[in-house]
Design a protein around this ligand. Structure first.
Ligand code: HEC
Length: 195
């Protein structure tokens, strides 16, 4: 059985063997060339190692991964933005400093704010609009009889407080830490408004 298969090839064995020999030779050459090429590439990556290294310098890498374009702003033409918030905050800080002045007045020392300043901090809440029976500032009718009592009485009532017919005037307007001198200057200011 196997012989019947081999027989035809044996008959043309001459050409078949030649073909086979050529194929083996070509294959061997192809293999050798392939091995040489592999070797060439393998060795080549080492021999070009220097150029590969120069391509991996930080400068070369930075150049390769650099963005397509960069925006460069001329600092000299920029409108210094840092100064704007500073100016804004200095404005917003100002009221806090203004509030700090009455805080010093609360400590008992005569206030630098003067009669008007003390009045605006400690007295205007009631006397500004005439709340709770307080004689309204600048209301001459409400003040004329009180002024007629004399400043000594007004000072005393303002500093120590008193219960009147219209309501209760709390001592120092409820701000016990106020210096007597400040309450007096506030009274002077209120009296001047009613004149
Ligand atoms: C809580 C409200 C209130 C505050 C704050 C207040 N007063 Fe008065 N004050 C009154 C009332 C009410 C009267 C009127 C009382 C009455 O005569 O019945 C009055 C009356 C007065 C009088 C008139 C006294 C008199 O003899 O007629 C003077 C002066 C006065 N206050 C000064 C001041 C001063 C200065 C301050 C701030 C330091 C101040 N008051 C803060 C409520 C207030």
């Amino acid at each position: 059985m196997s012989q019947s298969h081999h027989d035809p090839s044996d008959e043309s064995g001459g050409t078949n063997r030649l073909k086979m020999a050529i194929a083996v030779t070509v294959g061997a050459f192809a293999l050798i060339i392939g091995v040489f090429m592999l070797a060439y590439f393998a060795v080549g990556s080492h021999t070009v190692g220097k150029s590969v290294d120069s391509a991996n310098t930080p400068e070369a890498i930075a150049k390769r991964i650099a963005p397509v374009s960069t925006l460069e702003v001329d600092e000299s033409k920029k409108p210094a933005p840092a100064l704007i918030p500073v100016a804004a905050t200095s404005k917003s800080v100002a009221p806090i400093v203004a509030v700090a002045i009455p805080a010093a007045a609360v400590a008992g020392a005569p206030s630098a704010a003067g009669g008007e300043g003390v009045y605006k901090n400690a007295c205007v809440a009631c006397h500004g609009a005439g709340i709770a029976g307080a004689p309204k500032s600048g209301d001459k009718a409400a003040w004329s009889a009180r002024i007629a009592q004399g400043k000594a009485m007004l000072y005393d009532h303002a500093i120590r407080g008193y219960q009147g017919k219209a309501g209760v005037m709390p001592a120092k307007g409820g701000n016990a830490a106020l210096a007597d001198a400040d309450v007096k200057s506030a009274v002077d200011y209120m009296v001047s408004l009613a004149k």
